[in-house]
Design a protein around this ligand. Structure first.
Ligand code: TGC
Ligand code: FAD
Length: 397
């Protein structure tokens, strides 16, 4: 029988790890996390406010992110780091603690542009593109959403007509992360035999982009519209090994996984700013963190943060065991973004007027999270995916 250790005083947990999640990570996972955390602290945090204000993406960081192995880091071979899903998740968490735009860049490059080539491409396509994408020499984007088809992409109008040794693409894609800076667009279009993925190189005649301006969210990220006007590409640029919505939706599983983790990073950054402020801001003769109402807000933030981390970690363990279902990704994406957004709003209130400035990260994260709540399947869509899984009845058809 286990001996009682009543005499041993339990150790007070860290304010950022109330449930000692640290103890559930391997040495390699901690090392990845700490390396990316250092990169974000030293290279992202000092410049991100200025980029957000200017509405620019810090392109100068791309070679460093590549050097750290962050591009396609969960893919095997072809110059990719081949790390575990949990390590990829931890990297996303740290990147998004910096800014959702930085995590978005890595998500789109690795999960949405490299993954479809890796999973559905020909050997030639893999050899041609993946090593250069892992090095950050080729930037990718993922074109699924259209102006009139967001949550329901299966209704897409963009089409690809076979003409001899070519496909001819017509249509447009909207809200495409990295669109204007990408060297290679992975574009989903209706072909004669169903929805197919196509690789469209920058500069191809008939392919053009324009960046979306005046965004109030994801400002440190390029978001663009893509246009295809009789855009002729070689037939070998089609991804041969997938047909139908399973293609793009499989890529979304990968990226939504990264978002479920990433949102916990923005969550932590907002909680951290609020906690520090509450401990130092004096009103009515004492730190505001001494008032019960403020403590309640902080206690909820801290609890929801560790709950979200536990969800993400279990999701990662399932993925690493090769036993993950898309509905589990929906559970985590929906919960973790929703809770991060709630924390961002509460943190903003704790910071009072200071909370609306760029001097603190909170409003920037809060605005970013509004996009994260919408992209990769809105909160409503993930609710309905979960609803379908538990009732067996689809709300979509
Ligand atoms: P449904 O009729 O149920 O299925 C069609 C086919 O797809 C298969 N499938 C999946 N395969 C892999 N993973 C999944 N999660 C899958 N879900 C469904 C399914 O088995 C079937 O295959 P087959 O072979 O039998 O034909 O699908 P549906 O067309 O009715 O779609 C349902 C719905 C609403 C869930 C789906 O359309 C959806 O998820 N909509 C949301 C759209 C979305 O998330 N767009 C994201 C665009 S990319 C983006 O936002 C990037 S942000 C970038 C950044 O991080 O910065
Ligand atoms: P809609 O689908 O029109 O939805 C509007 C509202 O209606 C939402 O609240 C939605 O939840 C609700 N709604 C829709 N259908 C239902 C329903 N059946 N039941 C209940 N409510 C419903 N897309 C890409 O392809 N590639 C990218 O790289 C990319 N990057 C993006 C970057 C940013 C910054 C943003 C904001 C978006 C990006 N997107 C990208 C697009 C994104 O995936 C879509 O915005 C998202 O899928 C929702 O589509 P929508 O905006 O057209 O909204």
């Amino acid at each position: 029988m286990a001996e009682h250790t009543a005499a041993k005083k339990p150790q007070m947990p860290s304010a950022f790890d109330l449930l000692n999640i640290e103890s559930l990570l391997s040495e390699e996972e901690r090392m990845v996390r700490d390396t990316v955390r250092r990169f974000v602290k030293e290279r992202v945090n000092p410049v991100i406010g200025e980029h957000f204000e200017a509405g620019t993406f810090p392109r100068e960081l791309i070679p460093e992110m590549a050097e750290l192995g962050l591009l396609g880091m969960h893919l095997e071979g072809y110059g990719c780091a081949g790390l575990s899903a949990v390590s990829y998740g931890l990297a996303c968490q740290e990147l998004e603690a910096g800014d959702s735009g930085i995590r978005s860049f890595v998500s789109v490059q690795g999960s949405l542009a490299m993954f479809p080539i890796w999973a559905f491409g020909s050997e030639e396509q893999k050899q041609k593109w993946l090593p250069r994408m892992a090095k950050g020499e080729v930037i990718g984007c993922f074109g699924l959403t259209e102006p009139d088809h967001g949550s329901d992409p299966s209704g897409m109008l963009t089409n690809a007509r076979r003409d001899g040794d070519s496909y001819v693409l017509n249509g447009s894609k909207m809200w495409i992360t990295n669109g204007g800076v990408a060297d290679l667009a992975v574009v989903w279009a209706k072909a004669e035999d169903g929805i197919r993925g196509f690789l469209v190189e920058k500069g191809t005649p008939g392919f053009s982009t324009s960046d979306i301006k005046h965004k109030l969210s994801l400002r440190a990220s390029v978001t663009s519209e893509l246009y295809f006007d009789d855009c002729r590409i070689p037939a070998e640029n089609m991804l041969p090994n997938v047909k139908g919505m399973r293609g793009p939706l499989s890529c979304l599983n990968e990226a939504r996984f990264g978002i479920a983790w990433g949102a916990t990073g923005a969550h932590r950054a907002c909680y951290e700013a609020a906690l520090e402020y509450a401990q130092t801001r004096i009103q009515f003769g004492k730190p505001i963190g001494g008032f019960q109402l403020v403590q309640q807000k902080l206690a909820i933030m801290a609890t929801e943060f560790v709950k979200a981390e536990l969800l993400a970690l279990q999701l990662g363990r399932l993925k690493d065991a090769g036993n993950i279902h898309p509905v589990q990704v929906s559970v985590a994406k929906r919960n973790n973004v929703r809770e991060a957004l709630k924390t961002a709003r509460e943190a903003r209130s704790i910071l009072g007027a200071n909370g609306i400035t760029l001097e603190y990260p909170v409003s920037r994260h809060m605005n970013n999270l509004e996009s994260v709540y919408t992209y990769e399947g809105t909160d409503d869509i993930h609710t309905l995916i979960i609803g379908q899984a538990i009732t067996g009845i689809s709300a979509f058809s």
